[in-house]
Design a protein around this ligand. Structure first.
Ligand SMILES: Nc1ncnc2c1ncn2[C@@H]1O[C@H](COP(=O)(O)OP(=O)(O)OP(=O)(O)O)[C@@H](O)[C@H]1O
Length: 116
């Protein structure tokens, strides 16, 4: 049980580290607050809220994974290496794809409510 809470503590530390030191995480947090405020003002169904929460959580989780990959690459080599570039660029690409999909889904949810 102690081990479980220790792992939980380390995981929370990882999330807090992301919010404190990663600009992109701070941006995602701001975006999440704006989206939640917009959702509260617009009025969303339970299903729409579940989708929004999943997208926000997924986006932040993916950004943390990207940070973990960046840190790991930097730990492995400080030199310029094509594989280091590929690892970082592919991880960043994964974040970008999810961000685009999230933005499109957000528009699909909000646009009909605002202009429908
Ligand atoms: N060791 C390396 N070898 C080759 N290219 C690298 C290396 N490290 C970084 N790069 C290239 O430079 C880009 C920026 O690297 P950096 O580590 O600053 O990531 P970043 O996305 O700017 O990080 P952050 O999200 O913390 O601002 C990478 O996406 C990659 O294309």
């Amino acid at each position: 049980m102690v081990r479980f809470f220790k792992s939980f503590y380390y995981a929370i530390n990882g999330v807090l580290h992301g919010f404190r030191f990663e600009r992109n995480m701070q941006f995602h947090l701001l975006a999440a607050i704006i989206v939640c405020l917009a959702g509260a003002l617009t009025g969303l169904s339970t299903t729409e809220w579940m989708i929004i929460i999943l997208l926000i959580g997924g986006m932040m989780a993916l950004e943390l994974m990207n940070t973990a990959i960046e840190r790991t690459v930097d730990l492995v080599t400080k030199d310029i290496h094509p594989l280091a570039k590929q690892a970082k660029d592919v991880a960043a690409g994964a974040v970008l794809l999810f961000a685009i999909a999230s933005a499109v889904i957000g528009l699909i949810i909000f646009i009909p409510k605002w202009f429908g």
